[in-house]
Design a binder for this molecule. Structure first.
Ligand SMILES: [Zn+2]
Length: 256
């Protein structure tokens, strides 16, 4: 009995590996911003939680941190938008923009928001040494608008997002500021009064939000999470389950 079970597991594993290697060629992560001038990076979270991050603005983690503007430190208030740390006022306007886009059927998500000095130093060091982050160009620590709280990297490779932003982002005070980075948008609008207001994007009719892919995926999509390298499958109710506990076949697979 036991050996039979092991046998079937052993025969499953190589099969799935074959399937993955076959598809890896076309599963290029086009939705993740390529690295560039701002030294884009992905925050590390834990597997399933990362995949199903709260969509919209979450005020429950509202806290202060140290932001930087032109090299000078200041106290910045940070909340969460789509599970990512984002400066409060930027998040507030982002939430309005996200809702308006959703009403047009366009699902905007934050890929990267506020960045700490430690994160920017890491990226800048990668740029200087070429030993990490692909050695990509990164703003000098203290001078990135991800540190001043104004910059958001958005999922511009997802369907309709970039085109929607070019038409409407300015209505919410957002503008593109780095010519080579279409995902990089900055909020320089009027100050928003009041404290954090929680929002949630209208729930999509089906499917799950994948933080790894930076887009909404249909039910039974299988994704290897960049956070813990484990496999998850999108099931009914917009939830992620351990892929190996789900009987249904994957409609598509997305290895790292
Ligand atoms: Zn950026």
């Amino acid at each position: 009995m036991t050996s039979r079970r092991w046998l079937s597991l052993a025969s499953l594993a190589p099969l799935s590996l074959v399937a993955l290697s076959v598809t890896s060629g076309c599963a290029v992560d086009a939705t993740t911003p390529a690295d560039g001038e701002e030294g884009e990076t992905q925050p590390v979270q834990d597997g399933r939680e990362a995949e199903s991050a709260h969509v919209g603005v979450d005020c429950s983690n509202r806290h202060t941190d140290t932001g930087y503007k032109s090299g000078s430190a200041f106290t910045i208030t940070v909340v969460e938008a789509d599970g990512k740390p984002v400066e409060e006022k930027t998040a507030s306007m982002y939430a309005r923009m996200q809702k308006a886009a959703a009403a047009d059927g366009v699902l905007i998500r934050v890929v990267s928001g506020f960045r700490t000095m430690a994160e920017q130093k890491y990226l800048y060091n990668c740029y200087l040494t070429g030993s990490c982050n692909g050695g990509n160009l990164a703003a000098k620590p203290g001078y990135s608008n991800h540190q001043s709280g104004h910059a958001l990297d958005l999922n511009t490779s997802s369907g309709g997002v970039y085109s929607w932003l070019t038409k409407h982002a300015h209505e919410y005070g957002f503008e593109r500021t780095v010519p080579s980075e279409i995902w990089h948008w900055e909020y320089w609008g009027a100050e928003v009064s009041g404290s954090c207001t929680a929002t949630s994007a209208p729930p999509p009719s089906s499917g799950c939000w994948s933080s790894t892919l930076g887009k909404q995926v249909v039910q039974n999509t299988c994704v290897q999470s960049k956070s813990d390298s484990k496999w998850y499958q999108c099931v009914d109710g917009g939830k992620w389950e351990d892929r190996w506990t789900v009987a249904a076949a994957c409609v598509s697979v997305h290895p790292l």
